[in-house]
Design a protein around this ligand. Structure first.
Ligand SMILES: [Zn+2]
Length: 191
């Protein structure tokens, strides 16, 4: 559980909700959001998604600045947990308030529903990780366990029953999409 250290606006994580009639499917929304990263790998990632034969409403994960991005389509909405260091909302401009029903269904704090939602979304089932060509879920957090791979600044995933960093996994035995290990400090724009 994260500890709330300040106001929502000071946090670099963020979540929002979009009505499902605004985009055809999860992949369309992801393709619209990815260019807001302004990273050299954006086009490559969009092409991986475009050429995929997966159901375009498969929940999707991709790396972003301090917090990564998770998109799920559920209950008539796209639910997005992401990082507010990228101007996603400026890019999309179509977000809506978190629906009442979500506050009840997902047991969100009435005063900080966004903050709670950003923790709920990554736990909503299985995600496709196009950057690593993997499917995985976020494992339940055991007391004392590391949440992140310190080498790759990547959250651990449960992939085929193994709790592992997807970058470490890719470097070990799977096709390497990134020619270099993904290091978000190389990709971030500090200007
Ligand atoms: Zn790793």
């Amino acid at each position: 559980m994260k500890i709330r250290t300040g106001f929502v606006s000071n946090s670099s994580s963020s979540s929002f909700v979009i009505e499902q009639d605004q985009y055809d499917n999860v992949f369309e929304l992801a393709k619209r959001m990815i260019p807001a990263r302004e990273w050299p790998k954006d086009d490559e990632l969009i092409n991986i998604i475009k050429s995929s034969d997966k159901d375009p409403n498969t929940s999707i994960f991709f790396t972003t600045c301090n917090y990564d991005t998770y998109i799920v389509r559920k209950d008539g909405y796209f639910m997005v947990s992401t990082c507010n260091n990228h101007d996603f909302i400026g890019y999309l401009g179509k977000t809506c308030p978190i629906p009442r029903g979500f506050i009840t269904k997902y047991n969100l704090n009435e005063n900080y529903p966004q903050e709670d939602l950003e923790e709920v979304v990554p736990k909503l089932g299985k995600f496709w990780l196009p950057e690593y060509n993997l499917m995985g879920t976020i494992p339940p957090h055991e007391e004392g366990e590391e949440l992140w791979c310190k080498e790759h600044f990547q959250t651990f995933w449960l992939i085929e029953g193994t709790r592992i960093c997807p970058v470490c996994l890719n470097q070990g035995k799977m096709q390497i999409i990134h020619k270099q290990p993904l290091n978000r400090f190389d990709l971030m724009d500090f200007d």
